[in-house]
Every structure is written in structure tokens, then in C-alpha cells.
Design a protein around this ligand. Sequence first.
Ligand code: HEM
Length: 504
Amino acid sequence: MIFVILSTFALSLLIYWYYKITSDKETGFFYLLFCPRTRTVDGSKLSQTVKISKNESLFKNSFDLFNLDSVKLFDYIRNLANEYKESFLLHVVFGCAFQVIRAEDLEDVMKEPDLITKGVYYHFLEDFLGEGLLLSTDKKWHSRRKLLTPSFHFNILERFLDTFRNESVRFVEHLSQFVGKDLVLQDHIPKATLNMICETALGVKLSEIDESDQYRKTINKIEHLEMERAGNILMYFDPIYKWFGKKKEYVGQCDEAHKFTSGIINSRRKGFQGDDGGSGKKRRFALLDNLLNIEKEGLIDHQGVCEEVDTLTFEGFDTTSTGIMFTIFMLGQHQDIQDRVFEEVNSIAKEDMNVTDYSDLKYLECVIKESLRLYPPVPYISRKVVKRIKVGKLWLAKDTELAIHIFDIHRDPKHFPDPEKFDPDRFNPENTINRHPYAYIPFSAGLRNCIGQRFAMLELKILIAAIVKNYKILPVTIREDLKFKAGLILRTNHDLFVRFERRE
Ligand code: HEM
């Protein structure tokens, strides 16, 4: 008898629980079966505390991205951001993704030492970058970051000045053949920045290496395959990607890229051990030399050196070219601002400037910062919650994704009134002093901020100053026509045209 009563009671409880979850419009039955819930800190209803993206289907938002091309994929979040105007939740089959579009919600995320593990998309890059600085986490990341930080010290930057300057001179000469013609920025700038990162990181001049064009294409292909995978949730599962996706092609491309960098590492290592191949040439310092020093001390192995070199070349190549392209593009759109930059560059720039001299180009710096605000080269980053954590008014469950949309954070009218206006004066010291610390984060922030940001700013300044000093930039593509594609790096769906005229 007792057994019957207890069983009936248990069954009633089960039915009540089933009724509760299936009637819960916020999460839904199917979703709840698979993942832990996001809860509010004060116990109130979730939908009264945070906006939740609508989708009444059993699978919630899981297939919202299915078969969207990369432009629609980019617009998907922008449309939701415009609709909700605050950070919001997406529910997918295996978890919840908190979409951060406001600086105020970032404070807890960036300060939290337990939130340094990267989100699901980064997993797609593992075959390429291994456990290099960008992807590693916990102890490995801490020790690698400590080992690599001195490589980006202010004094070390001085050693790269010659490379940046020589490449700028070469680039200005290269442009002379296109004076008066419409020129596609994407066809020219990435070559210059890849040359710069390869010379500073690896110590090689790409112009002297036959496979360099192929290397550029390989990196682009890797990114393309990664984004294709990101658009199809089924491909997130490794076995499905392996059997039904393009895993083989992806790994093939990664092998190509690795072959290129490890060839360079091996020859540099020989030189590092005192063997200059009989050339007798004095070698220019490269970031790789620091890694080889660390390897000699037994603090990193060959595999580690390769991972870090691949990470630095990947991170330092397209990011800087995107920053440069959009700054040049915006200077073309705003002749008055370009005139101010030219005056400054003309009055300050001289031969043999050192790193401190470049910091006197204050207005140019504001222009670059404003370009990085409107067009952040890394428009999106993400984190994975590894243990239940409080973010603002929410308790985020383990395995929640935190999607941080730098592109939208930079367009919050609260911190940047009339956000679409290109206004470099926003970055005058008097206008930045009271700004929210996480309102402007092109290089991310907190523990996992960009290790190369000073390096990048210097490179951008040197190349852009050289171009403006020698050429007037005229607009061809119109800003209103820009359409973006989803990707690790901000890219337009079409070519960015400008025209250069020689200055007298
Ligand atoms: C305008 C140029 C650049 C921009 C906008 C940029 C932006 C960023 C951002 C947003 C992150 C954070 C990524 C994340 O949390 O997932 C990052 C990380 C990183 N960046 Fe940059 N970056 C630039 C240039 C560079 C350069 C030139 C280098 C190297 C020479 C570099 C090396 C790295 C590395 C190694 C990380 C990982 C740091 C870590 O997790 O400890 N970046 N960058």
C-alpha cells in the first residue's frame, strides 16, 4: 500500500515537473532536456530581467543560422541588437548563449579570472593554432603569456621600426604605379602587413620566398572554411564534421600553413645556433628569437614554438591590414580630416623617428582609434563559462557561451552619441576621461587582451603616415554601400576601392 502511495506521489511530482517545463515559454521542453538553465540572481522571471531572442520552435534558436550566407549571418546579430538594444539570450539545443552588446555587461566578464576559456568557435581553429596563446587556457595560457609578454616590451618595439619603415617606403613606391586609377585596398594592403609580420615575427623577408603568395591564400582558405563550419550547427560536432563536412580539406590547408612556418623556424634555429649558412650576414632581431631563447632554457618545446609562431602570424597579419584598410577608406571619405592628418604628419614626421616620436602623432592616433571603433578588425570574441558564474543580474550556467560583439558595443549611443558619425575628436583626452572602461575594446580587455596592441598601433601609424604624406586619398566606394560578412576578421562583401593622387 505504502509503495502505491509513494509511487503515485512520485508520478504526480514528475507530471507536475513535466507540466512546468513544457509550459515554460522562456526555455521550452526540448532545450531543458539538454542544458542547464540561466537563472536570475533575484529569483525573478528570466524574461523580466533579460531580453530573450524569440523562437517558438522545439529547437529554439539552434537552426536560426542554418544555411545563412555570411552577409546574412553578420546581419542576424545586428538586427537583433537593433531590436533589443541591450544584451540578450539565445537558446540553442545544447546550451545558452549570452550575447553581450553593452559595455556595462562586460565588467564582470573581463574581470573574472575564471572566464578565460575561449568559446566554441575557437575550437574550430585548434588544428591550425594548437594550444598557442590565442586558444590555450588555464595554467598553459598563464605560463605562455608570461613567457611571451617581454617580447612585446616597449624597448623591443624599437627594433621593429626599421622593418616597418622600410616596408612603408616600399609600399609608397609600389602605389606610384596606381596613381589616378581605382585601386582595390584588399589586393595591396594585406601583402604589406604580411611582409611586416613575417619579418618581425619570423625574421624573413617574404619577397625572398617563393611560397609567400600561396601562404596568404592558405590563411584565407582556413578562415573561409572556419566560417562555413560556424554557419552550420550540425558541423559543430567533430565526428559529423569529419564524416560529412570538410575536415579533410581543412586539415590539408592547416598542414600547408604549418609546412611554411616550420620550414622558416628550422632554418632560423640553425642560424640561432651560430650557423649563418656561411653568409656572414648580421641577422635582424625577430620575435621568433625570443621563443628560441625560451626553447634553449627548456621552457617550451618545438611544438610550442610552432604554435606560438602560427598564432602570432595569424593574429598579426589580417588584423592590422583590416585596421589600415578601413582607416585609409575613412580618410578618403573625409577630406577635412585627411587634411588635418596631413598637416600633422608633415609638421612632425622626420627621418629616423623613434617610438616616442610616433606618439606625437596625436591626431592620427585619434583617427586610427575612431576607425577601429567603427570597424573593429576583430568584431566578435567569445568565452565559455566553465563554472556557474554571476554576470550582472544573471547566473550563467556551466557551458554557457558568452558572445561579445565588439562591433555593437562600439555603437552604443550612450557612450558614443550619434554612433555612426566618424568623429576622431571622440578620442581627445578630454572626451575619453569619463568613458566607461569597456565601451571601447578593439583589442579586447582584461586578462586576455591583445598582446600585440602596441605593436599594431605603431605599425598602423607608420604605414598610414607614409601614405598620407605622399598621396591624397580620394573616395571611390561609398560608405553607405558597405556590406559586411561574418568572420573572425571584419570583411566587406565586396572590394574596397579608393584612388590615390600624388601630393606635390
Ligand atoms: C589592429 C590590430 C589588432 C587587433 C584589432 C587585435 C585584436 C585582438 C583581440 C580583440 C584579441 C582578443 C581575442 C579573444 O579574446 O578572443 C586579440 C588577442 C591576441 N592578439 Fe591581437 N589584435 C591586433 C594585432 C595583433 C598583433 C600585431 C599581434 C602580434 C604580433 C597580435 C597578437 C595577439 C595574440 C597572441 C592574442 C591572444 C592573447 C591572449 O589570449 O593572451 N594581435 N587581439
